[in-house]
Design a protein around this ligand. Structure first.
Ligand code: GCW
Length: 683
């Protein structure tokens, strides 16, 4: 797997010699006193990186009278008489980088709040050196803003990945766990470099075979995966099947209030922890899209989650319970059900009823990972419950890793959204990190976009989304641009043309995708099932609750209290009023909240129909420009990446045209209204 696609942002090619000069003196010696797997991995990584810069970096187990790098936890520094006075400032996963003086020598110090902090501090230094950041700007004290930074894999044991666009699973093959762990180790290293600290290895849709992951048949192998991850500071979690006691336990019920069921799960937990002492916990999709859950027994989600949490509690595990619960068997004729309301309706009444090692995992939008959605109102509503954010890195609805779609701007919009739950400034990022309501646990989770493809993510530029997720989960205040620049530098080097071309491309890619796909927050205009390619009515008469209600007069879903489904009332004021009122509802979400005639004037001054035409033409033009810009980089980046990306841009342009023409023709036929600019719309 040698080669830059596989190495992602850990290529370790120096991009600015001048910057390097500032560091060089420290790089001859790495002093480290502790000897344990996480620290050793940190040291190995540092050695590997430095070997590209200095001839022979030596690792020493004792302090030396020379300039050096010294890495360790607080106690290591104290034992060398280096009092850093950071006890109150460093969280356990935090780190500091400082220059300390010792006997007239300079010590570049990486001080971790724990071994994990050391590991993250080492990657911070590496990121700076190879990203061309000078030493002064590298010195810092950093703590994670979110304690839990977890990836969900929707991997099945047959090796397929649900909504995977990057090949097969790196964990499973032929209904077994893979036996070669080298790729998993490389993955662990990539994740540690962006401070991800948890991985759920199997799909939330837990089928027959995966149900057995918590049994003696597979736990020895799950434990091997956990061993690999642990050494990089990552905890392993499993998705479980709520009906396990029936399906593999021989019980006649999975009722969470049944004593036999409770005992069954306690025994299961005890077994899991006997194999994996630091097992993270369970991820649960229950009573959602035909998955079993407590509803079968007339119980609610709190009953279900609490029962599991009691089983995990003695070992420190958590239950992550998803709120993606809605009626997926709606009759399209029935206008009384609004899927957008479902998560709130199901979970708000249970606020305060969950035990404290239960966390609700809430998707960013109320529907399902569309290119544009409002934020789920549940984030401002659960005052007495732990909540995690769930993002989707895998590009199910955002171009399936054929189209470029840098998702960090979308995620930031969600995290920066003000819920007003405790007055102005009650941002979602404060809800999910636990600080707003004083929750015990906080975190950001995302569905991974990784498979066994050579570059891990199918589209080489989609690596930026994996990278961006980790960086943003660590610090949601980083800007989309900062993250993009970091990633480009580390992946492609510091060539100015490359930076000036790829960074803007990333930053506008989400908007471009939105332009040629679905307008003004409406979503769902895709082929059913696989969700790729245009199909305006693809979901219009289905049972999934995903409608746009376009007729010859108008389009959009009336979710107002005054005349619609009443969804806007789930928000706190003044947000509720902003969405309720058509004059203050932002253009980009207009059709999510309102049904309007095609002649309705947007704030931009355009009519809805003209906006649809304009954006669809413009989206294609901008996609073509991205491809053309990419072509100017030939020779400046590795051929391998250049060709792989170009191939995808070619697909993107062709498919964007299909999207444009299908959508434009659909609305032209519905409305009979011509494009003001007389461009080609097929009749
Ligand atoms: O968006 C839908 C996907 C399903 C997925 C589900 C979920 C894992 O189409 O493939 O199932 O969301 O999030 O549970």
């Amino acid at each position: 797997f040698a080669g830059s696609m596989y190495d992602c942002w850990l290529r370790y090619e120096i991009c600015d010699e001048k910057v390097l000069d500032e560091y060089k003196d420290y790089f001859k010696y790495i002093v480290v006193k502790k000897d344990n797997p996480i620290i050793n991995n940190a040291v190995d990584e540092l050695k590997k990186a430095l070997s590209k810069l200095v001839d022979d970096a030596k690792v020493l187990r004792h302090m030396i009278e020379s300039d050096c790098i010294f890495i360790g936890t607080l106690d290591d520094f104290e034992s060398e008489g280096l009092y850093v006075d950071l006890e109150d400032e460093l969280k356990s996963e935090g780190f500091a980088l400082k220059i300390l003086k010792r006997n007239g020598k300079n010590v570049l110090s990486i001080i971790g709040g724990s071994e994990k902090g050391v590991l993250y501090g080492v990657f911070h230094l590496i990121r700076s050196v190879f990203g061309g950041k000078n030493l002064e700007d590298t010195l810092c004290i950093e703590n994670p803003q979110n304690d839990f930074r977890i990836l969900n894999h929707w991997d099945n044991m047959d090796g397929n990945i649900e909504r995977g666009y990057a090949g097969k699973s790196i964990f499973f093959r032929d209904n077994r766990i893979v036996q070669d762990f080298s790729r998993i180790k490389d993955y662990a290293r990539l994740l540690a470099s962006i401070a991800v600290n948890g991985v759920v290895i199997n799909n939330v849709n837990v089928h027959q075979q995966e149900t057995k992951l918590i049994t003696d048949e597979f736990l020895p192998d799950v434990a091997k995966i956990a061993d690999v991850f642990r050494n990089y500071g990552i905890k392993t979690y499993l998705s479980i099947n709520f009906a396990s006691p029936v399906e593999i336990g021989g019980l006649s019920t999975a009722d969470p209030l049944d004593d036999g069921v409770k005992k069954w799960w306690k025994d299961a937990a005890s077994k899991i922890y006997s194999y994996i002492p630091d097992f993270g916990g369970f991820l649960v999709k229950a009573d959602s899209e035909f998955r079993p859950g407590p509803f079968t027994y007339g119980r609610n989600h709190a009953d279900g989650a609490n029962m599991l949490s009691e089983a995990l509690k003695p070992y420190g595990g958590i239950v992550i319970w998803r709120t993606f619960v809605y009626n997926c068997m709606v009759d399209w004729r029935d206008r009384s059900t609004d899927r957008a309301k479902a998560a709130y309706d199901n979970f708000k009444p249970l606020d305060g009823k969950f035990l404290d090692n239960v966390v609700l995992q809430v998707k960013n939008g109320p529907m399902d990972f569309q290119i544009r959605e409002p934020i789920t109102p549940l984030f401002g509503a659960m005052e007495k419950t732990n909540v995690f954010m769930e993002f989707q890195i895998t590009q199910e609805y955002t171009g399936q890793q054929k189209h470029l779609c840098y998702l960090v701007p979308l995620w930031k919009e969600a995290l920066d959204f003000d819920t007003f739950a405790k007055g102005e400034g009650s941002f979602v990022k404060k809800v999910v990190n636990g600080s707003l309501f004083g929750a015990r646990y906080g975190g950001i989770v995302a569905v991974a976009n990784v498979g066994d493809s050579e570059c891990w993510t199918g589209h080489p530029l989609a690596q930026s989304n994996l990278y961006g997720f980790g960086r943003l989960a660590w610090n949601p205040d980083l800007s989309s641009r900062e993250i993009a620049e970091e990633w480009v530098r580390l992946t492609f080097g510091c060539d100015k043309d490359v930076l000036d071309t790829v960074v803007p491309m990333l930053l506008e890619s989400r908007e471009i995708y939105e332009e040629y796909t679905s307008p003004l927050g409406i979503g769902w205009m895709v082929n059913p099932g696989h969700h790729y390619g245009p199909n305006v009515d693809g979901y219009e008469y289905s049972h999934w609750g995903t409608y746009h209600y376009a007729d010859f007069k108008g389009i959009g879903v009336d979710r107002t209290v005054a005349t619609g489904t009443g969804y806007t009332a789930q928000y706190k004021e003044p947000v509720a009023k902003m969405y309720e009122n058509i004059d203050t509802c932002p253009d980009e979400l207009l059709l999510f909240f309102h049904h309007v005639p095609y002649s309705h004037k947007l704030k931009s001054g355009k009519t809805v129909i003209q906006h649809i035409y304009d954006t669809h033409f413009e989206g294609v033009e901008r996609a073509e420009k991205m491809r053309d810009a990419w072509i100017t980089l030939k020779g400046k980046i590795s051929d391998e990446i250049y060709e792989a990306v170009l191939e995808r841009f070619d697909i993107q342009v062709v498919d964007a045209k299909e999207w444009r023409d299908v959508v434009n023709t659909y609305f032209y036929r519905k409305t009979g209204i011509k494009d003001e600019h007389g461009r080609k719309i097929y009749e």
